[in-house]
Design a protein around this ligand. Structure first.
Ligand code: PRP
Length: 205
């Protein structure tokens, strides 16, 4: 099997850490040096090319066919959907939840503000519940919002729950259970049989 013709885009952060484990278990060489800033690794016979990018950019890179495959959380796929992308496997790592959290374990009464980097997921959730909300878009450090009076509620990722606890916040509802997904460019998936071979290798451990 040769991987010369395959490129995979991997999200920075927790997904990249989990992917390193997966590569090790699958017997694929891992080219990324954690101390280096290198973001692109050309394909070789024994492993696909690798492109390391911001999580929210992975659906775009795969959708445009810059990468054939991608590894990214379901949270990102729900927030940044791309019609040219297929989800081809649940890789069962980087498990986390998108939750509604606040200072008390109590659903908002009446219209409220929600600080979040998941505006689409949060808006859909509150629309389904027919609850009026105003989104406060933030790109990180969301737990600050209730503490500084910016918004009483947040919609954010929870993994261990440590960050919520440290800010005296409580989970009120789980909106989405997420894990790392293998995605593929839809037309490349049909025309490049090597992509299914990569899936098989990554699922073989
Ligand atoms: C996420 C999230 C929380 C934290 C939750 O941020 O926004 O801050 O992780 O994890 P915990 O439940 O284990 O404490 P992340 O570290 O992914 O960084 P980001 O804010 O840059 O996305």
């Amino acid at each position: 099997m040769s991987f010369n013709n395959v490129t995979i885009a991997i999200a920075k952060g927790r997904i990249l850490e989990g992917a390193q484990n997966l590569w090790r278990k699958s017997g694929l060489p891992w080219p990324v040096d954690n101390d280096s800033r290198q973001l692109w690794f050309a394909p070789q016979k024994e492993r696909p090319g690798m492109l390391i990018a911001r999580a929210r950019d992975i659906p775009t890179l795969v959708g445009m066919g810059i990468a054939d495959l991608g590894i990214v959380g379901l949270d990102i796929l729900e927030e940044y959907p791309n019609t040219h992308v297929l989800q081809v496997a649940d890789l069962s790592f980087a498990h986390c939840r998108v939750v509604l959290a606040g200072q008390k374990n109590q659903w908002p009464e009446g219209p409220t503000r929600i600080a979040t980097k998941y505006q689409r997921i949060a808006q859909t959730y509150f629309s389904v519940h027919r609850h009026p909300v105003e989104m406060v878009p933030l790109s990180g450090s969301l737990e600050l919002a209730p503490v500084i009076g910016l918004a009483p509620y947040i919609v954010d990722i929870v993994d261990t729950g440590n960050t919520l606890r440290q800010h005296h916040l409580t989970e009120i509802a789980t909106i989405l259970e997420s894990s790392a997904r293998l995605i593929a460019n839809a037309s490349h998936w049909r025309t490049k049989p090597e992509l299914a071979q990569v899936r098989q290798v990554l699922q073989s451990e």
